[in-house]
Design a binder for this molecule. Sequence first.
Ligand SMILES: C[S@@+](CC[C@H](N)C(=O)[O-])C[C@H]1O[C@@H](n2cnc3c(N)ncnc32)[C@H](O)[C@@H]1O
Length: 211
Amino acid sequence: MRRAGTEEGTVMAEMNRISRFFVNTFSVRRNARIYGWLAKNIALPAEAECLEIGCGNGDMAARIVDGMHPARYVATDLDPKQLESAKRHLATRHPDGIPPALELRAADMLHLPFADASFDAVFAFVAVHHASPSHHDFTNVPHALAEIDRVLRPRGMLAYEEIAHKEGIRSWLIDRGYVLTGIELGWKREAVVATKAAGVGPELTGSRDRG
Ligand SMILES: C[S@@+](CC[C@H](N)C(=O)[O-])C[C@H]1O[C@@H](n2cnc3c(N)ncnc32)[C@H](O)[C@@H]1O
């Protein structure tokens, strides 16, 4: 990992070429397993609008769009190289064109460019711990979670997989009234579905449409 500045001046833990290769290559096998788990543990509402943060090569985005048919799925990543990789991956999977419901977009999980309460579901697969430049550092993780909370509608759902800060993330969500409706604890990874309470406003103040 190395630190890199973005146009907005955000400091991110950019993956080097080798990490990117391993994440994007081996995630495909893992994603078959995690998608199977998700399909048993979540049901998207009709006309669902979904956001994914740190989408990497877009493989989970493609699986969810193909299998769960949301009306809109915005797959985001901060790293332009990852978005390029996602474009290539999606073009291979969909040679006749990427499904219209699926958008690829650059976004920093610490400053999500979306209005408050604009998504029914947010997905994050091994992404939230990237909020801090060092994966062992929890400092920015609550900020990323607050951004996710802000863009989620009441009764919205966060589905994530994590390898770091697992207890800290669960505690943060429970303290804000989320109910953990699905959880798979692994030795290294855990997958969680957390449902936001009804009538809970976004944690950050003000309605900001940054789209
Ligand atoms: C370990 S990879 C996981 C990729 C994909 N979700 C998967 O499961 O294969 C973490 C991803 O988070 C992205 N990322 C890092 N910092 C970010 C930030 N501040 N905002 C959004 N995405 C970020 C990286 O570019 C990378 O694609």
